[in-house]
Design a protein around this ligand. Structure first.
Ligand SMILES: [Zn+2]
Length: 419
């Protein structure tokens, strides 16, 4: 498979560090609010990537962190008058529920920041030991000037990008916090340098080092995370042991805008996953999102989603009779996926597979994309099938056969699993 890496700015063949295994990490949510369509896009893309890689026979360890300690969580918990842990667990559960509703189920393990404090402290300690970090009154900071490759991922060097005042006793404005001193209520821990809580960037490297080691294959996330978040992750991890690159394939999903504008609560165009699912089902939403290449910006419109819904209905209507394997169509699908996860091309191949009646491929590829391309049995038919299964289990074959004959006469295909 070929993948574009933000680090090399080229499409490269995927060569994993361990033959047959892929270590994939994608930045997870900060659990202080509901997930929106932008999150849905990123997590659907990496869900499809993991499922496709598994389909090719690779073993994929897909790790995602949960940021459950953060200023946003502390502030929201204060506003709501609930403990931080209650707020974080509530929105973590909502996140997991939303993802399940979208058919996103490829993540192997979710790692909470708050259960990895010893790993975080160990990294801060090693960075201090290497002279890559320093302690101020406000906390432990990473010294960006000690890291030569800083700016390689974003392609932007120098400190001119940051207008913020230095403050907090930092040596340069780009330096970022590894451990912030203070009493933050429930989520405050002791450290050798003072009580406090972790910075954001170090959560990710702490969990990836624990489960993957110091170098791994793919790191994913939204485009907006390249700077400073991902740049900081590289600086931390590579400064710790001197191993380069921490990650070879950096994959970033493009921005999602709604009706031409960046999603924001004040503009009223902030679409949560749970609201979107009230109007559209997960098949339509996934189809719609995968109609754009993951690196392209996506301008979500009501019209666009309705168009996707109609296209999906077309495929389902076309996929009626099973005409066997469509080799060319299958190859076109795989070629598209191999080519930097080109899902719009893969969906074009799906349309052909439907037109040519390759039901087997539609089922198989539908599982990779998380989309049901075959018309689902209606409720009455499902009920009849359930009743027949029950009758057969009780060995009342006469009645179950009668139902099958009537269903067959009505043009409904009935297959029984062998007893
Ligand atoms: Zn992250």
């Amino acid at each position: 498979m070929d993948l574009y890496s933000t680090l090399s700015r080229t499409v490269e063949p995927l060569v994993t560090r361990n033959p047959g295994r892929v270590y994939l990490f994608v930045c997870g949510p900060t659990v202080y609010d509901y997930s929106h369509l932008g999150h849905a896009r990123t997590y659907i893309v990496f869900d499809v990537l993991a499922k496709y890689l598994r389909w090719t026979g690779l073993e994929v360890f897909y790790l995602q962190n949960i940021t459950d300690v953060d200023d946003k969580i502390i502030n929201r918990a204060k506003e709501e008058g609930v403990p931080q842990s209650v707020l974080a667990r509530t929105f973590e559960a909502a996140y997991l529920r939303d993802m399940r509703s979208l058919g996103i189920d490829a993540v192997s393990y979710h790692a909470r920041a708050t259960t990895h404090i010893p790993e975080i402290l160990s990294q801060a300690e090693r960075l201090l030991g290497r002279g890559a970090a320093y302690v101020t009154e406000a906390g432990v900071y990473f010294d960006v000037s000690t890291f030569e490759r800083n700016g390689e991922l974003s392609g932007q060097h120098g400190t001119d990008r940051i207008s913020r005042v230095t403050g907090e006793g930092k040596r340069t404005p780009l330096d970022f916090v590894l451990w912030k001193f203070g009493e933050f209520g429930e989520y405050t821990w002791d450290s050798p340098w003072g009580r406090g809580r972790p910075g954001w960037h170090i959560e990710d490297t702490a969990v990836t080092e624990k489960y993957f080691g110091q170098q791994y294959d793919i790191h994913g996330g939204g485009l907006d995370l390249i700077f400073p978040h991902h740049e900081a992750e590289i600086a931390q991890m590579e400064s710790m042991e001197g191993k380069h690159p921490m990650v070879r394939y950096w994959m970033h999903t493009g921005f999602l805008t709604v009706e031409g504008k960046k999603m924001s609560k004040s503009l009223g165009n902030f679409i949560t996953v749970r609201d979107a699912l009230k109007t559209w089902n997960k098949d339509v939403l996934r189809y719609y999102i995968l109609l754009s290449h993951y690196r392209s910006p996506l301008q979500a419109t009501e019209e666009g989603i309705a168009h996707a819904a109609r296209a999906l209905e077309h495929i389902r209507a076309a996929a009626k009779k099973d005409a066997g394997e469509d080799r060319e169509g299958r190859k076109a699908f795989i070629d598209a996926m191999e080519s930097d996860l080109n899902t719009p091309m893969a969906l074009a191949a799906v349309q052909k597979l439907a037109a040519n009646g390759d039901i087997g491929a539609l089922k198989e590829f539908g599982e990779i994309l998380g989309i049901n391309f075959l018309r689902e049995a209606s409720v009455p038919i499902r009920v009849l099938q359930e009743i027949r299964a029950e009758l057969r289990a009780k060995k009342q074959f006469e009645v179950s056969d009668m139902i099958r004959e009537r269903m067959t006469a009505a043009g409904i295909t009935v297959t029984d699993p062998s007893l």
